[in-house]
Unconditional design. Structure first.
Length: 333
């Protein structure tokens, strides 16, 4: 067992080894946000939404606000240069959206010199890594671009255009987000936002999960945008390791999204989704997320007690957030 870890590997680990006492010798640095309490700096982030909900518009609006350090939806931004890449829309659409967003933010379009947008429509190869998990020339070009311009936020719309992997294979998703995307985010201390569509179950449940719960497990922040029949959009922070989960309601007006006092209602749910989950349901949901999307019912019962677990599971199933299968409670993807 003495030679199980090679000396060179052991030496490498020791260069990163630090005691908690030494780690906490100085006051901790303040956490930095691209968009306060929603998008952390230096991390991969997910923004999901069904087609037509407005996630591309929202992402471009975030980019423009951040680049000018203007508040967005009542929240501070960090003022670093931003880049919006899309394989979905052409340059003319980016132009039209930019004009409307600038007007909504209250600044002339000429002020947005640090916000960059690029249409990759028709571009032959936008994958960032191969199926062998090797970075591509496109990755290297983006890496250099981020270094040259100091981007603090990069949006990739949509993630499937930048990855050739199979999301059903959880390890492939984990490697792509943490290694390929995570390396860009860490090296440039930039948030890299991946736009995605939910699975059918994720859309129906309102949780916005994609085909694999590995996406949520690999990021530190996951946002989901959806629209009700009255045109109210709910932007919900479905996962956050650094702030309280929350949601804000938005409405489209003159080509941009703005805060609204209207209430979002989910027509798939009996209560319209306007009632917050109770404590027991919230605890059960937290545990399911800790366990990667599924947990044994008896294990939950030991942690929370039989009745709180039963009440929590029942509430999640009735809201279509989870299902029960052979003793397992599983988040609806």
């Amino acid at each position: 067992m003495d030679d199980y870890i090679q000396p060179s590997a052991s030496s490498m680990l020791q260069t990163y080894l630090v005691s908690v006492a030494d780690l906490c010798e100085n006051p901790p640095t303040e956490r930095k946000w691209v968009l306060d309490e929603l998008i952390p700096e230096g991390k991969p982030v997910l923004l999901g939404g069904p087609p037509g909900a407005g996630k591309s518009l929202l992402a471009q609006q975030i980019c423009m606000a951040v680049s000018l350090k203007v508040n967005l939806f009542g929240r501070k931004t960090n003022g670093r240069p931003t880049l919006y890449l899309t394989c979905e829309d052409d340059t003319a659409e980016l132009h039209r959206r930019s004009v409307d967003i600038a007007k909504a933010l209250g600044h002339p379009i000429s002020a947005f010199i640090n916000c960059f947008a690029m249409s990759l429509e028709g571009y032959s190869n936008t994958s960032l890594c191969t199926q062998k998990k090797e970075v591509t020339q496109f990755y290297k070009a983006l890496d250099q671009l981020m270094a040259d311009f100091g981007f603090g936020l990069v949006v990739l719309d949509v993630v499937s255009d930048y990855w050739d992997g199979n999301e059903i294979i959880r390890q492939d998703v984990n490697d792509f987000v943490k290694s390929t995307i995570g390396s860009l985010a860490f090296r440039h201390q930039a948030a890299v936002m991946l736009l995605h569509h939910p699975s059918l179950q994720g859309k129906n449940s309102g949780d916005g999960q994609s085909g694999s719960t590995a996406w949520e497990g690999s990021v530190r922040s996951r946002l989901y945008l959806r629209e009700d029949k009255n045109g109210v959009r709910e932007l919900a922070l479905k996962k956050s390791n650094y702030s309280e989960r929350q949601s804000i309601n938005l409405a489209w007006s003159d080509g941009a999204l703005n805060l609204t006092g209207e209430v979002f209602t989910d027509q798939n749910l009996k209560d319209g989704g306007t009632q917050k989950l109770g404590r027991h349901a919230t605890n059960v949901l937290e545990m399911l997320r800790e366990k990667g999307g599924e947990a044994d019912y008896s294990e939950m019962s030991k942690r929370f007690g039989p009745k709180p677990t039963a009440d929590g599971v029942k509430a999640l199933i009735s809201r279509r957030l989870a299902k029960r299968d052979n003793g397992l409670i599983i988040i609806n993807d």
